[in-house]
Write a protein that binds this ligand. Structure first.
Ligand SMILES: [Zn+2]
Length: 285
């Protein structure tokens, strides 16, 4: 802890009263506990300047950081039936959705946009962990299908930024049906001979890993990203074995051939642009 977090911040809090300090002024790095000024964090693309930890990003930030012109042009995604199972646990699913929509300012856990990346036309579908843990229900499935169709229509490569805890349990079987649907969506892109690049962000787990997230032509991961199907603790309990260090981390998966590249967030847009250039050049030849 620095003097800023130990001394200055508590003092500011005492002076202003806890509630009056905006939450967005300082952020604490979850990895090294360093306090970082929000403005600095924005310029570093939410990467800790101290330890290089890649913090979670929203879908809107992914679009903003990747497209040449900033945000690209978002497309409206098909509407899906809300709460088809009338699901309720401690809360109604419709209420959970309403809360998530208000908090994340998006309709569901995915955004799709088109624009240019490194001077090449591209479609991006970005998931958002902040929206119900990036869980995949019918809306996310529709988003992936819509992105694939748009890629084919525009004859452009498709980039998928994934982050998800897995299936949207409140949608039961309908959520699981999105696995084969998104697999078919990747097929549409491949049949059209277009590049499909998957960028795996922390965390990518469950049904998303078990479907479209592992079906790209290229798999890029952000440093330190956790990627897997079931969580390490579940596997350890099932296998009754200690798992190796760094298991399910981007670097480990890169060493073992599950991930093609581990790319820093600050290099991501340039790398994607370069890769699309190379893939399309090969195609033209
Ligand atoms: Zn840090």
């Amino acid at each position: 802890m620095s003097w800023l977090s130990e001394y200055v911040r508590p003092r500011i809090r005492t002076l202003l009263g806890r509630r009056e300090v905006p939450d967005n002024l300082w952020h604490q790095c979850p990895s090294c506990q360093q306090m970082i000024f929000a403005k600095d964090l924005a310029t570093s693309l939410k990467v800790c300047p101290q330890c290089g930890h890649h913090m979670r990003a929203t879908a809107a930030e992914r679009l903003e950081w990747t497209f040449d012109e900033g945000t690209g042009t978002r497309i409206e995604l098909p509407r899906v039936p809300a709460d088809p199972l009338r699901f309720r646990d401690s809360k109604r699913y419709t209420e959970r959705l309403k809360d998530a929509r208000e908090k994340a300012h998006m309709d569901d856990a995915i955004l799709v946009a088109h624009g240019s990346v490194g001077g090449h036309r591209a479609i991006i579908a970005a998931m958002d962990f902040g929206f119900m843990g990036g869980s995949m229900g019918a809306a996310v499935g529709e988003g992936i299908v819509a992105a694939a169709r748009l890629a084919v229509l525009q004859d452009a490569p498709l980039i998928l930024f994934t982050t998800s805890g897995g299936a949207r349990m409140q949608e039961g079987l309908i959520s699981l049906m999105q696995m084969p649907r998104t697999v078919i969506a990747t097929r549409l892109v491949k049949d059209a001979g277009l590049p499909l690049i998957v960028v795996l962000a922390d965390p990518t787990f469950g049904g998303v890993t078990a479907s479209f997230a592992m079906l790209g032509d290229l798999h890029i991961a952000e440093p330190g990203a956790g990627i897997g199907f079931a969580g390490a603790r579940v596997i350890e309990q099932t296998m009754r074995e200690k798992l190796p260090d760094g298991f399910q981390k981007a670097e480990y998966l890169h060493d073992h051939g599950m991930v093609d590249m581990v790319v820093k967030r600050t290099d991501m847009a340039a790398t994607l642009g370069r890769l699309i250039g190379l893939l399309r050049l090969k195609e033209a030849a």
